[in-house]
Design a protein around this ligand. Structure first.
Ligand SMILES: [Zn+2]
Ligand SMILES: [Zn+2]
Ligand SMILES: [Zn+2]
Ligand SMILES: [Zn+2]
Length: 309
């Protein structure tokens, strides 16, 4: 008998809740009933209440903890509390709430990059797995000269490179770029300013650096594509450097910026110029590095554009 007024009370409580919370609950309830579900039922509401962490009000996922009196708490809040239950102040310990964990695992939830365009809905653990490789997940800033922790989608990163790193932007699929350095023999490791090329409506990053490759100083130039790997594979590029009637040509596939600049460099997937050769290309007496790198980007299947394909 006492159950009925109790449930009515809980409904009244929800009616007075903030609209933001109600919105969140409504969409959550819809997902929990499956894609075909058009309405959220009291059952979903109850499940939601059960899974709401009393401290941070986020949904709880395994591991979910409980105090000896059965009050539940999410794992991230648990680490922030000094081993005291926030509800009854009892010592918390390390008691898991396995039943609730099972409930949480059974729910289907949207990918966390939903707002970035992903439409995937997954059970909890598949969701975590998917999110690691979701093609809508934000990209890391491709700038290599300094540690930069900025992430975002491509249009955002292009703005960020322009505004915060003062990166040069060029339009066109062919380019001629000069790299100059006085007293190059004093430099063991160096990263030149990144250049961005706008081509086929997409952006490509041209990297140029100096490093030691098995004791020998080398220069390396390579291209990275601002987008996912499967898209990067639709393009090819060539780089050519020369002088003194000699020429070195590289043809490759731009790497996605999902691969870090360091990873691409370490895999030597680009034009490698031994320093002795670079100095010979530069002419003069070896006091100055003066390299002209000519490049071209084309779409695969566009046969005329490629040198060899
Ligand atoms: Zn919490
Ligand atoms: Zn408690
Ligand atoms: Zn996703
Ligand atoms: Zn940055």
């Amino acid at each position: 008998m006492s159950n009925i007024p109790g449930s009515q009370t809980s409904f009244t409580d929800h009616d007075t809740a903030s609209s933001e919370l109600l919105l969140r609950r409504a969409s959550y309830g819809k997902i929990a009933t499956g894609l075909g579900g058009s309405a959220w039922t009291p059952l979903n509401e109850d499940v939601h209440d059960l899974l709401e962490c009393p401290v941070c009000i986020n949904l709880m996922y395994p591991p979910i903890y409980q105090c000896p009196n059965g009050h539940t708490i999410c794992s991230s809040c648990k680490t922030k509390l000094e081993n005291l239950c926030p509800t009854c102040r009892h010592e918390l310990g390390d008691i898991r709430c396995l039943v609730l964990e099972k409930v949480a695992e059974s729910l289907e939830l949207p990918c966390r990059f939903q707002l970035l365009g992903c439409r995937g809905i997954f059970p909890y653990y598949s969701k975590l797995k998917h999110e690691k490789n979701c093609k809508h997940r934000p990209y890391a800033c491709p700038y290599a000269g300094a540690d930069c922790s900025v992430t975002g989608d491509i249009p955002f990163l292009v703005m960020h490179l322009k505004d915060d790193h003062n990166v040069d932007m060029h339009d066109g699929c062919t380019f001629n770029h000069r790299y100059v350095k006085s007293n190059p023999r004093e430099v063991e490791n160096a990263t030149w300013m990144l250049t961005i090329f706008n081509c086929f409506g997409r952006q490509f990053c041209l990297h140029f650096e100096a490093f030691q490759l098995e004791m020998a100083p080398v220069y390396m130039a390579f291209l990275r594509f601002m987008g996912n790997e499967d898209e990067a594979k639709q393009f090819s590029y060539s780089l050519e450097v020369g002088g003194n009637r000699r020429r070195l040509i590289w043809q490759g596939i731009p790497r996605s910026i999902r691969d870090s600049h360091r990873k691409v460099r370490d895999s030597l997937d680009g034009l490698i110029i031994p320093r002795t050769l670079a100095m010979s290309f530069s002419g003069g007496n070896g006091q100055e590095l003066k390299l002209k790198v000519a490049g071209r980007i084309w779409k695969n299947g566009d046969i005329e554009a490629g040198y060899y394909s």
